[in-house]
Write a protein that binds this ligand. Structure first.
Ligand code: SAH
Ligand code: SF4
Ligand code: F3S
Length: 487
């Protein structure tokens, strides 16, 4: 059992965008299923001869990670011991399908689970998350991975207690995947991975339809939670010892669209940062196309809001940005960065980039390299384009061979790394505040802390410091991270 997992008291706060009555009713049903599930868990334990354990494995983004905490919360409440080992009696794969290699990782790991299940047939295997929203994936799972016990999608995750009951009562594969949902039902207790920090969903789905991206198809239309619900959740987290929250959405800048009278994202951020006990607020992700001056003002005027902005640019070529449906140009992105840096000089800026988008030429990639140099990103995730069936880009012709794409990718990556190293080197000697996250993996006499600007620092300390904010000096730069000392 990983001691960092903590059981959080059941908290059945609920919200449904337009139909609060139905949400209450739904939560009532799921509570009843949870009671039923507790009995089924006891029976399962008797059958296997020990207290049952469960492991939830997350693939993909922070929003998936937050969903996993909810899944673990239900399993914990039902009587499972939560572990981090896939040897557990019940394993949930919460999947991602943003790029094909995410899918391949899941298939590979399922192969390993199959081998375990052959020698332990009572083992339960569950697949949920974004991959399961794709019909061809379901076909493949049914055909090749029929040893799985339960498959469900992103839209009915709040029915997890009911789905688990169905699984325990059936000796066949149970599949329940919905095409869409307009509802937001938050009905779960959670088991947080870290006691001192937590993600908080502020919205679900995405309406931006960037032409390469599958997220709108597997996560559905954009739906915002009400701010009163979000702020209540943050207050409860603060009461439970959380000092850092990350507000989560695929494009937080369009928070509140579609809810009459709702506050804007900058207002929500500002209110979150004022909640007693909350020492640091982060947010992800911000689409550059509608990042407002109001947001910059709010960030600049609060010490609690992290000095870090993840601002995915995707490409530096105007032609490619247009084909991607991103709604900004190279120069507009640069102007936005300049405005941000003027208002918040110590802001670190990170990004995502795609290389090898259909129709993209080496000249387009040169524009991306130029942008990386002009901005000087603190860091960047660089991805090779992955064709996602059903997205508009999947119908476009490729202009480069895989070899050429790989060459271009290396060029972008090298520029990113050179820039990142020189950004980090400039911070050597800085005095700042680190939130201690864990003991250092390699040297237990050190702790690892995260600065407001998202850089990591390793410095002498012990487990009692975990979850605390410590004043530190960055004494030595190691490329992308630092060694330091408490001051
Ligand atoms: N909502 C966020 C991104 C979520 S997906 C935003 O708009 O910024 C995270 C990242 O995965 C994206 O920023 C993009 O760089 C990458 N990505 C998405 N679809 C991809 C694809 N088909 N191939 C390669 N990378 C992709
Ligand atoms: Fe995908 Fe674009 Fe939505 Fe981000 S904003 S999730 S990249 S469609
Ligand atoms: Fe992946 Fe789904 Fe997130 S596709 S990136 S887990 S929204």
């Amino acid at each position: 059992m990983d001691n960092s997992f903590r059981f959080k008291n059941a908290d059945y706060s609920a919200f449904i965008s337009t139909k609060e009555y139905e949400a209450d009713k739904e939560i009532g049903y799921q509570k009843e299923y949870l009671e039923e599930l507790k009995k089924l868990t006891v029976r399962f334990g008797e059958k296997i001869g020990h207290a049952p354990s469960a492991c939830v494995v997350t693939f993909g983004c922070q929003m998936n990670a937050r969903d996993s905490e909810k899944l673990a919360g239900v399993l914990n409440e039902a009587g499972f011991e939560i572990t981090e080992s896939e040897e557990a009696d019940l394993v949930v794969f919460n999947t991602c399908t943003v790029r094909d290699n995410a899918n391949q990782r899941v298939y590979g790991r399922l192969g390993a689970l199959h081998a375990m299940k052959k020698s332990y047939p009572d083992k339960k295997i569950i697949i949920c998350g974004c991959m399961t929203q794709e019909p061809p994936v379901i076909e493949k799972l049914k055909k090749t991975y029929s040893f799985v016990n339960l498959i469900f999608g992103t839209h009915n995750i709040y029915k997890f207690p009911e789905l688990l009951c169905k699984m325990f009562e059936s000796d066949k594969l149970v599949i329940d995947v919905w095409k869409k949902s307009d509802e937001i039902v938050e009905a779960f207790p959670t088991v947080r991975k870290y006691p001192f920090k937590s993600g908080v969903n502020i919205m679900f789905g995405c309406d931006n339809y960037c032409t390469y991206c599958i997220v709108p198809y597997v996560r559905g239309r954009e739906r915002s939670r009400r701010s009163s619900e979000i702020l209540d959740e943050v207050r409860r987290l603060a009461d439970d010892g959380v000092v850092e929250v990350m507000l989560l959405g695929q494009n937080v800048n369009s928070y509140g669209n579609g809810i009459e009278g709702e506050i804007s994202f900058p207002e929500l951020l500002s209110k979150t940062a004022k909640i007693p006990g909350i020492k640091r607020v982060r947010f992800m992700t911000s689409n550059p196309k509608d990042l407002s001056d109001e947001l910059i003002d709010v960030m600049a005027s609060s010490d609690v809001i992290a000095r870090h902005l993840h601002l995915p640019v995707q490409s530096g070529s105007d032609r490619v940005l247009k084909a991607m449906n991103r709604h900004y140009t190279h120069d507009e992105y640069l102007a936005l960065v300049a405005k941000l840096r003027k208002a918040i000089p110590d802001l670190s800026i990170t990004t995502d980039m795609i290389v090898g988008f259909p129709t993209e030429t080496p000249e387009d990639v040169d524009e991306t390299v130029r942008l990386v140099k002009e901005v000087g990103f603190d860091n960047a995730f660089t991805f090779i384009y992955s064709k996602r069936t059903g997205t508009p880009a999947a119908d476009l012709e490729m202009a480069m061979t895989p070899e050429k794409i790989s060459e271009c990718f290396d060029k972008v990556l090298k520029t990113v790394q050179d820039n990142a190293r020189s950004c980090a080197a400039k911070l050597t000697g800085l005095k700042s505040v680190a939130l201690v996250e864990e003991l250092n993996e390699h040297d237990p006499s050190l702790v690892t802390g995260r600065l407001s600007n998202n850089y990591l620092v390793h410095f002498p300390g012990d487990a009692s410091m975990i979850g605390k904010l410590v004043n530190v000096e960055l004494t030595e730069n190691k490329g992308f991270y630092f060694y330091g000392k408490a001051i």
